[in-house]
Design a protein around this ligand. Structure first.
Ligand code: B16
Ligand code: MG
Length: 216
């Protein structure tokens, strides 16, 4: 029986990846580093500092720690400008009906996001009341693919990880869910989501009935 459902944010509930892309693009352009949507795919689910390191490596740029911190801060300022415009219209199609079904069924929910901006984003999406707890990058030591973030969410809900469902769109995220001993729903291609227990192309395919029929 499903005792809790734990959601990733970017790529599952809303498409903040586009805003991360635009913010990184602005920074990379300033630094003269080539950066496109294809490279951006590799940054999904990856922390801010690790993403920046990947971009700097890509441009062959070596910087001191303080300079790296300053760039990470600058990227976040760009990002905050973009997410300031988020409204409930930015919810991915099908997510609100699913959250509503889960609420009606009385199944506890959590958000497990690698983003330190997760709270303002869910506030702007107006879905705080659908999530019982939020575990974000600021509350864990190790990022995805480490299971810590999903385990902490289960712990906060007081549920056994074996009876939790995690929903992710990033490979690192699916690995995190599986290592935590949970049932993984992967949103994406069969290749990228190979480790997931149930693979769907889009969050709009999420219904409680379909999830229950795949859950084991
Ligand atoms: P921030 P998720 C992740 O969110 C994004 O997928 C990733 O691209 C981003 O770098 C990371 O959050 C950190 O975000 O700079 O706001 O702390 O998919 O785990 O919800
Ligand atoms: Mg994601």
């Amino acid at each position: 029986e499903i005792k809790a459902i734990i959601f990733d944010l970017d790529g599952v509930i809303t498409d903040t990846a586009e805003y991360h892309y635009l913010a990184w693009k602005q920074l990379a352009d300033d630094l003269g580093i080539p950066f496109d949507r294809i490279f951006n795919e590799r940054l999904k689910g990856v922390s801010r500092m690790d993403s920046l390191q990947m971009i700097l490596d890509h441009g062959g740029i070596v910087l001191a720690e303080e300079e790296i911190e300053a760039l990470a801060h600058k990227k976040n300022e760009h990002y905050k400008t973009f997410i300031g415009k988020i409204t409930p219209d930015d919810l991915l199609p099908g997510i609100l009906p699913f959250l509503t079904q889960v609420r009606a069924a009385g199944i506890p929910t959590a958000l497990a996001s690698a983003s330190k901006n997760a709270r303002p984003v869910i506030r702007q999406l107006r879905i705080e009341s659908y999530l019982d707890t939020v575990v974000d990058a600021a509350s864990v030591e190790r990022g995805k693919p480490d299971p810590e973030i999903f385990l902490k969410a289960a712990q906060q809900l007081n549920v056994n990880p074996e009876q939790c469902v995690g929903i992710e769109d990033a490979e690192a995220g699916v690995k995190s869910i599986k290592t935590a001993g949970m049932f993984a729903v992967g949103v994406g291609t069969k290749t990228a989501m190979a480790e997931a227990d149930w693979i769907i192309d889009h969050p709009s395919q999420l219904t409680l009935e379909a999830l229950k029929s795949h859950y084991k």
